[in-house]
Ligand binder design. Structure first.
Ligand SMILES: NC(=O)c1ccc[n+]([C@@H]2O[C@H](COP(=O)([O-])OP(=O)(O)OC[C@H]3O[C@@H](n4cnc5c(N)ncnc54)[C@H](OP(=O)(O)O)[C@@H]3O)[C@@H](O)[C@H]2O)c1
Length: 297
């Protein structure tokens, strides 16, 4: 098969070339990948990976070989999948615990945007308690995680404050306040924090007693410097977040929202996987509003 294989020789550490077909374990299907979406994390990790590997987390396609243990979808099923690697290839082996069947009404390119960004948004919110009536601050809100988080939190009754330099369209997704900095924001009950650095420090200051801050990401790559005693206050929580695995049921939940017209998918960049470097440059250059999607053509 062809795949984007890690190499030290290109800017973003990937080159489209021949690679061995994946060998499935008993609980894995093989899918023919049609679309893959990019995440801040998997693109960053590819650049530092050992050479010769097939990377990528999110892929949607068609099952061409069912799982040997008899579980999961049949050959021909349209599915979306998550894995720690293997998405940026013509074929992917993936566990049936990490995929869901895509409804006929949902395009595979749209479905490919859901795994890491969508499941992270859903899990971070659902680990933060009841959302109804809560003030929820989402930082990095114009990105992949942020746009799904705005919509899910709003649907569950939260008052969403969205922090983004590029705030276009975020009010239409449900955000009640769209801000470019945190200077005049009133205290909040929950934070989904994607930016790190000074944004993390300021978000912590804005968190009410009893509140919870989910530290999801660090797109700024800047250090966070807390003033002395900033964490010696009435109790509130700063939680280290990892989305984890076993995505199947969360993917079904997200696909149903999309199929029911309750979750809008913003694809800010779409093109052939031969243009991976262009997509990665746009993502890191803060030029992608929403998700970047590759056509595996
Ligand atoms: N812990 C986990 O399991 C998990 C899972 C998924 C993602 N993450 C992390 O969560 C973060 C968000 O992921 P994502 O996929 O939503 O990323 P993304 O699509 O690239 O969006 C990130 C957003 O952050 C904002 N931003 C602020 N400062 C930035 C900077 N210096 N460089 C780039 N963007 C900056 C940008 O919005 P503006 O330009 O509009 O300000 C951008 O839209 C990443 O750090 C990612 O690695 C963690």
């Amino acid at each position: 098969m062809r795949a984007l294989v890690t190499t030290p020789d290109t800017k973003f550490g990937l080159l489209l070339k021949e690679a061995p077909d994946p060998v499935p374990s008993a609980d894995q299907v093989i899918i023919e990948v049609k679309n893959a979406s990019l995440n801040h994390g998997d693109v960053a990790m590819a650049a530092g990976a050992a050479p010769g590997r097939v990377q990528g987390w999110d892929a949607a396609g068609v099952v061409v070989q069912a799982a040997a243990d008899g579980t999961g979808p049949e050959v021909g099923a349209r599915v979306v999948s998550f894995g720690p690697n293997g998405a940026w290839a013509e074929k992917r082996a993936v566990s049936v615990k990490e995929l869901a069947v895509v409804p006929d009404s949902v395009d595979l390119a749209v479905a490919s945007t859901l795994p890491v960004a969508g499941v992270t948004a859903a899990r971070a919110l659902h680990r933060s308690g009841d959302l109804a009536g809560k003030r929820v601050l989402i930082t990095g809100a114009s990105g992949g995680v942020g746009r799904y988080a705005i919509q899910i939190a709003t649907q569950e009754g939260a008052h969403v404050v969205a922090l983004a330099r590029r705030g276009d369209g975020l009010a239409e997704l449900g955000a009640k306040e769209v801000v470019a900095d945190l200077d005049n924001v009133e205290p909040v009950d929950i934070v989904l924090e994607n930016v790190g650095g000074p944004t993390l420090v300021r978000s912590w200051e804005l968190l009410k007693t009893g509140g919870v801050l989910q530290s999801i990401g660090w797109t700024s790559m800047e250090p966070a410097v807390f003033q002395p005693y900033a964490t010696v206050t009435d109790p509130k929580s700063l939680v280290a977040f990892q989305s984890g695995n076993h995505y199947a049921s969360d993917l079904e939940y997200l696909l149903k929202l999309v199929a029911d017209g309750k979750l809008k998918v913003d694809i800010g960049w779409r093109g052939s996987w031969t243009e991976f470097d262009e997509a990665a440059a746009a993502l890191f250059g803060r030029q992608v509003s929403g998700k970047a999607v590759l056509d595996v053509d």
